[in-house]
Design a protein around this ligand. Structure first.
Ligand SMILES: Nc1nc2c(c(=O)[nH]1)N[C@H]1C(S)=C(S)[C@@H](COP(=O)(O)OP(=O)(O)OC[C@H]3O[C@@H](n4cnc5c(N)ncnc54)[C@H](O)[C@@H]3O)O[C@H]1N2
Ligand code: MOO
Length: 391
């Protein structure tokens, strides 16, 4: 058996980044920028007023000074003349500064009578002018790779970039396997349960930018599993759930190998998630997740999410762990790295769920963290600092 880190490294070897495609900026939220993009203009493209008020010459700004208003500058419509000594231009936020003026006295500090204004409050030294290119100059790059967040989209729009090069969304095919499974809403037979894993995993993988195809449930026989793999053709990543262990009906590895799967590994020193398998199948990466619902979700967080990020060009990085103080004592851990369902409270203390059964979804849904116990970690006392993966 290999360790969690070794398994993740082997998964990263199977994770080829998807090709680059161009999408409209309006579609680019959550996509991964694949090439540096450069601003097409300066922002602001002219010195602009940052306040509503009156544009004047700095040298003339003092309490009780008087000016004659000779025109107006609004956002989108500049004042064409030149401001001379003793003159002011009515100006609004975002408007280009008129030539000859380099200070905006805010209107709250002005008394106006007809075309005459007087500075009636101490105007201070802030000129209220945004210099040309103060935010960015043409040519400033947004470097790739970068997961495009809402703030990035606003920046790219301001840079006048209407199309962006991004990695194509990896297509993930999800296959539940098992005679016991029916879909939510169906009527299960007396020995059947509802397929739950695919729903959690689909949401998890879509959250990190994959396009997920949920395939029909495959029954526990060679023909059904083969058909499921056929339906998965074209996916970048084929993920099966269940049938990974050692029982007589656990056929996934057997069928995948008969179809040409080159195995990268089988079984990981991990709890839950031991019977994890991976390999390459017809040019796609293939992962066989264990069927236990919590095991499948934990493997999704610990392995598949980082792998999807790598396929998206974001690099081969383990998921970021955080630290918290233990709220309880913990016994020594065994030889498998343990991901315990846990809850971190607002004070930064972490407590573990009392039942760590790898099939209990109520406990997983109530957790906000997976507390990571390293292999053979000694007993830990309340107050010690431990690592966890936020979920
Ligand atoms: N003799 C041994 N038995 C088992 C071992 C072992 O080492 N020796 N490992 C155990 C561990 S650990 C796990 S985890 C499970 C994993 O088994 P499989 O991957 O073969 O999964 P199944 O047997 O098909 O299912 C296990 C469990 O999960 C339920 N299941 C499966 N798929 C779904 C789904 N899509 N949605 C909801 N629930 C699902 C299934 O009904 C079973 O209850 O093996 C242990 N056994
Ligand atoms: O993957 Mo299993 O959970 O170790 O029960």
């Amino acid at each position: 058996m290999i360790t969690v880190d070794e398994a993740r490294a082997k998964l990263f070897e199977l994770a080829a980044p998807t090709p680059v495609e161009e999408v409209a900026l309006i579609e680019a939220a959550g996509r991964v920028l694949a090439r540096d993009v450069a601003a097409r203009r300066d922002q602001p493209p002219f010195a602009a007023s940052s306040m509503d008020g009156y544009a004047v010459k700095t040298a003339e700004v003092q309490l009780h000074a008087m000016f004659k208003v000779i025109g107006e500058a609004a956002a989108g419509r500049r004042f064409d003349g030149h401001v001379q000594a003793g003159q002011a231009v009515r100006i609004f936020t975002g408007a280009p500064m008129p030539e000859g003026a380099d200070f905006v006295v805010i209107q709250e500090d002005i008394n106006r009578s007809g075309n005459l204004i007087t500075i009636v409050n101490e105007p201070g030294s802030r000129d209220n002018v945004r210099p040309l290119g103060g935010d960015f100059r043409a040519g400033l790059t947004v470097p790739a790779p970068r997961l495009l967040r809402p703030n990035d989209l606003a920046l790219l729009a301001a840079m006048n970039i209407d199309r962006v090069p991004v990695h194509r969304k990896p297509v993930v095919a999800l296959i539940s396997t098992g005679d016991e499974l029916v879909m939510p809403g169906d009527t299960p037979g007396p020995d059947q349960i509802i397929a739950s894993n695919t729903f959690g995993l689909k949401a998890l993988f879509e959250e990190v930018g994959a396009e997920v195809r949920m395939l029909p449930i495959a029954r526990d026989n060679h023909a059904a599993l083969k058909m499921a793999f056929d339906l998965a053709a074209g996916a970048d990543l084929v993920i099966t759930i269940g049938g990974a262990s050692v029982g007589d009906h656990d056929l996934v590895g057997e069928v995948a190998e008969a179809l040409g799967m080159e195995r990268a590994f089988y079984k990981v020193l991990m709890r839950p998630g031991k019977p994890l398998m991976a390999g390459r199948l017809n040019g796609a990466a293939m992962i066989g997740l264990p069927g236990n619902p919590v095991s499948a979700m934990v493997c999704g967080h610990v392995f598949v999410v980082p792998m999807i990020r790598a396929i998206l060009g974001l690099g081969a990085l383990a998921p970021g762990l955080k630290r918290a103080e233990l709220a309880v004592d913990l016994p020594a851990n065994g030889p498998r790295e343990h991901y315990m369902r846990a809850e971190v409270n607002e004070q930064g203390w972490i407590g573990v769920a009392s039942d760590q059964d790898s099939s209990f979804l109520t406990i997983l849904a109530g957790a906000n963290a997976l507390l990571r116990r390293p292999r053979n970690d000694p007993a830990r006392a309340a107050g010690e600092v431990v690592e966890y993966l936020p979920i």
